[in-house]
Design a protein around this ligand. Sequence first.
Ligand SMILES: [Zn+2]
Length: 279
Amino acid sequence: MKTDTKTSDRSLNNKSDVSPGISGIPAFDDNYIWFIHGLPEKHADQQIIIVDPGDSAPVIQAIEQDKLTPKAIFITHHHGDHTGGVSSLVEKYQLPVYGPANEQIPNITYPLSENQLISFKSMGLSFKIIDVPGHTRGHIAYLGHQTLFIGDTLFAGGCGRLFEGTAEQMHHSLSKLLELDNKTLVYCAHEYTQENLAFAQRVEPANERLLQRIKETTRLREMNLPTIPSTLKLEKQTNPFLRFDIKEVRLAAEKFTQKPLDKPADVFKTIRYWKDTLD
Ligand SMILES: [Zn+2]
């Protein structure tokens, strides 16, 4: 019996080998700044990578309170609510800053683009870069250990607005995400889930999984709990911005725009435009 317990303990440890601890710091009205912790097996769980620090004050407070050791900063794109805290954190902790090669962001020491790999040996972590332009011109995502840090490209139940890129670019970026493992945990940077799902329901009023997700989300928000991370599987089932290939979504988009839409990219473009008219 004891051996059995040990075996199951070990399999749990193996599990944590592929999923580091992630904690979230709320910032501004609805931002999350994520901390990626090193693997416990490496005795590195006090070491953290800080993702998209739009503000430094709550980050410094959390670091001091939990006696954490920051090792690096990841930036997904140049917007101020993702980068505003970088310079004071660099000054205080002398951190390397990883970010998109195709955007002008002060303090970046490691400019990154598609398929680059970055490793943090002491933490037991490594990540691959995915180019996901659309919300901004050079937006990147970090994928590793079945977790995806996607910034403002994909939201729980929605996607980012097209501030700099085209609908075609964003459609291409989101299509890349559809190829990732269903179990991938999706960490986006904003708590927009309830509003996003209300729109999703307009697009697909008969999607049962969506209705169930709305109930779960309402329950979490009533308790003031985050709705993030979600899984890529859940996004594929309920997020209209990933469902441009689904017949019901195409029909809803055609009804909105009053013309046939033959290409999935045009379905995406129409759904994005439809939501913009309501925001
Ligand atoms: Zn943004």
